[in-house]
Design a protein around this ligand. Sequence first.
Ligand code: PRX
Length: 635
Amino acid sequence: MSNYHIKHLEEYYQVYRKSVREPENFWEEIAEEHFMWQKKWDKVLSWDFSKPEIKWFEGAQLNITENCIDRHLATRGDKTAILFEPNDPNEPAIHISYKELAERVNKFANVLKSQGIKRGDRVCVYLPMIPELAVAVLACARIGAIHSVVFAGFSSTALATRINDSECKMVLTSDGSYRGKKTIDLKGIVDDALKDCPCVETVLVAKRIHSDIHMEARRDKWLQPLLDEASTECKAEVMNAEDPLFILYTSGSTGMPKGMVHSIAGYMVYTAYTFKNVFQYRENDIYWCTADIGWITGHSYIVYGPLANGATTVMFEGVPSYPNFGRFWEIVEKHKINQFYTAPTAIRALSKQGSELVDKYDLSSLKTLGSVGEPINEEAWHWYNDNVGKKKSPIVDTWWQTETGGIMISPIPFVTPTKPTYATLPFIGIQPALMDEEGEEIKGNQVDGRLCIKFPWPSMARTIWGNHQRYKDTYFSAFENKYFTGDGALRDEVGYYRITGRVDDVIIVSGHNLGTAPIEDAVNEHPAVVESAIVGFPHDVKGNALYGYVILKDTGESRDQNNLRNEINQIITEHIGPIAKLDKIQFTSGLPKTRSGKIMRRILRKIAHKDISNLGDTSTLLNPEVVQDIIDNAL
Ligand code: PRX
């Protein structure tokens, strides 16, 4: 028997040791006993981080949807697979059983085929959190098309960039979406984006808000009539283990967003195994992750991981503040949620509302609480633990990344003793290393350094779509023979890890990964702007917020500066989305630069943090005089 379900700490250590000593045997057993294969692998693992090339379960054939759907039909056909909770609390929730999910996915898959989508084609999914989103993703996987989900809060420019980068043939969207009191014209955003996307042949449109929208002749089609005509049978395409399952874009510190490519078998095995253990999911539990499927958390822990375990997974369309800040807790009570997985930014926003709204609801069903996306600060951890978990539901602070596909460092609830702000121990099979700036591994405990992973794990991204060199440069070049995460971390006296944050120019705002370069590019588009630099600063709800230093063509005296700030944020909204708006914009006459012309972000970061006691030696700068000027005018 493989160790699929870990139940106590001794067992964790024992299984962990096995996964490190004999990784191939270990993963082979897990894969063999818990998944459905059309053909078994010839080789469990081959890898070379210098190329980099990583292959898991090579030679195996499978379809992930048979694992997520078909194999549950005999025993769990009537069990709810997806429980949809709409934006409006007065609209009824929808329970989609495994049997219904099978039919919906097959119909959708047949529609994709009838519209010319074939194995290997890329399909952009730009949908709100409605059942069609999960079904669309699975339908692509059913026929071997590669889904590229773009979070439906991204702007038309950001959408177009992503569509073009992976040359999607089709876009799946809806007439619009609900977000609390507001509606968003998603189809209008798609129309704008497609002005620059010659690769897109077809747009299928789901009806959600029933708005009056423009339908482009020949290109745009309503989804429902096509589904109505489609058969509920669709044979699963037999895929190779290493075929791409999806592309998901994540921000880098420079340049274009990176289309991380995840392959099928390893991703399936690892997300399923982590889901089972990190949430200690038991057969009749109701599991809810509040993320959007537009992010990796939703891919791995709303769709694939839970469904591969035959779980009931909740999809919530709305926002935590609508109709009021008690909504999350109302849903927990209503659906008797057992595992609740959210982001520190949501916890902080909700904790600001006090505990009355939490106390109003019966949260006694909760067994495990999860946190993901950014470091959880001590205050938020305690508020979550005391008021939501009532000190009896362990918090799993899960550290991982779009690139890692699945949870990498995390407690296992009721197994690993938790410690506030610590992600604690590496998950089974994960071999972290802390590195110093000279590239040496820092051994021992009570140390801190740059977080790397020394050995491949099944769900690691295999490449960046269309740019393998960038994959190598970004993740495998900083430290020889290691995957570099971009995060800093410390290891305490017992070997627990605490993630301290990014060590590059990626800033995590409300749990969203934002690269500074594309935002600066957007700001620089404003006709009055010469140059800009963006850094993060601490924010009590968002974790970090963005601070922009902007040089104007004229000094700006003659213009209304608040108007300018609004215009700059408007451009950012158009280019990236509202999540990337700047909280503070300081107009300045210059930016501190090295003699080679590089902006000294360290100084700008310190000023934004209001920490000017130790700016270091500024005399070697090209323009040391601007530093004082920036300090004097800091916001
Ligand atoms: O900096 C780390 C932070 O989020 C980054 C990854 O972001 P993304 O690819 O968008 O994936 C987010 C969801 C998995 C990491 O490099 N991060 C994520 N989880 C944690 C975290 N930082 C601290 N603690 C966490 N639990």
